[in-house]
Ligand binder design. Sequence first.
Ligand SMILES: Cc1cc2nc3c(=O)[nH]c(=O)nc-3n(C[C@H](O)[C@H](O)[C@H](O)COP(=O)(O)OP(=O)(O)OC[C@H]3O[C@@H](n4cnc5c(N)ncnc54)[C@H](O)[C@@H]3O)c2cc1C
Length: 438
Amino acid sequence: MVRFDTFKTIIHEISAIVGEEDLSIHDSVCHTYSFDTSLHSGKAIGVARPESVEEICDILKIANKYRIPIIPRGFGTGNRGGAIPYNALVLDMLKFNSFSIDSKNLKLEAGAGALFSNIRKSLNSKNVFLPPEPDFDVCSIGGFVATAKSGRRTIKYGNIKDYVLGLDVVLPNGKFVELGSKNFKHSGFDVKDLFVGSEGSLGVITKAYFKILPKPKDFAVIMVNVENLKMGVELSIEILNEMLPTSIDYLDEFCSKALNMKGKLIAIELDSYTNVDREVEKIEELAKDYGNVEVHKGKKAEKFYVSLKSLNVRLKNFFKGFPVVEDFELPIVTIPFVCEEIKEVLEKNEIKHAFYCHLDSGVIHPIMFFEKESVRKYEMLLNDLCSIVKQHRGYIAGEYGIGIVKSKFLDINSLEIMKHIKKLLDPNNIMNPGKMGL
Ligand SMILES: Cc1cc2nc3c(=O)[nH]c(=O)nc-3n(C[C@H](O)[C@H](O)[C@H](O)COP(=O)(O)OP(=O)(O)OC[C@H]3O[C@@H](n4cnc5c(N)ncnc54)[C@H](O)[C@@H]3O)c2cc1C
């Protein structure tokens, strides 16, 4: 805890950098920045809103001088507690919100605070796209890269790590560096990769450079009503042995009802630079023995994926409480029985839940509903769920990051290497201390 007189000096020095109007220490503002979308909360000692790289460099130098923890923050929509401050100064990055699209060279350059959904709309209007797209796109580019997000489309297009060409970063000692070649290929060590998924623990990302792709010309979604998840997985495996779909998602009866549909559903997404007709035909043939098949193209297909973005909110119509979503990653064949084991644990503990899964990439999202104050109950349950996942050679965090929620489940050997890297770059441990086990 910082002493009161030191705190006053720090505030004075930081306010001289960003200006009084861009430094808040008022309780109500600090309170707003003390949460993300996890069940956890902390305490911010202040919130600074820098608008230039130079300001961030100066703030980090002061943070080192007085050993104040710094938490870079985008929109605070992370669900692993990564952006939660514990007696720390929050760096609100939302002023770094400009972006530019170079569709001739298939490149996108975006400030850390740019809103992903705005970028998506602009890319769309230029007939290009950034394939890894989270289901929930109210997130900043900094948060997107720092949590190594992905969502649907991973099997065909990879995740965000495959699209970051370069990063501008302020290191913990206040030095500004430009990492990566900003071009499509790069020989030798590519240090920028260390920062993708680093959750604010190694420095502040100020700008990111991405590869983008031309938008496919044809698009369809095929809905198959299946009796159970096991049949859904069997059908997915048959499809994946024949072709590369864009995504395959499973929605249980609660998720499909939330989206105004019925029963357990498999949604197979296809896209192509020519047309998807042959793949659609093949899937219709494969799926006919599994259940009712419907093919949607154009606006109807798009509408389904737009509604999927608000799945958690819509589920609140059926379940009371605060939704907590897991992101376990598994070998696809294990999904039905792992989900069954997870279901048993949840039912035993009387936790209302639904299941949504990305069957193509093996990510399962149990969506569980808790009272806001049940952090302890959730943590105990999480121990059980993570051990089930690990027993079946799964990974505990496929999409949403580690933060404070998942840090104790990390592999100790990888963690030891990360601790060495952290010590080298951030010897005073000012950057997001305590997150990711660091
Ligand atoms: C309903 C819902 C659905 C979701 N669906 C998906 C999904 O499908 N796929 C998926 O991958 N995620 C998903 N998420 C998770 C969430 O959207 C992401 O974690 C998101 O990337 C966070 O972005 P943000 O700007 O809100 O970051 P924040 O929450 O503000 O920060 C997240 C982490 O990034 C760090 N950080 C932020 N900005 C910077 C920066 N400039 N430099 C360095 N570090 C930084 C923070 O310190 C923190 O550790 C979902 C979340 C919700 C609530």
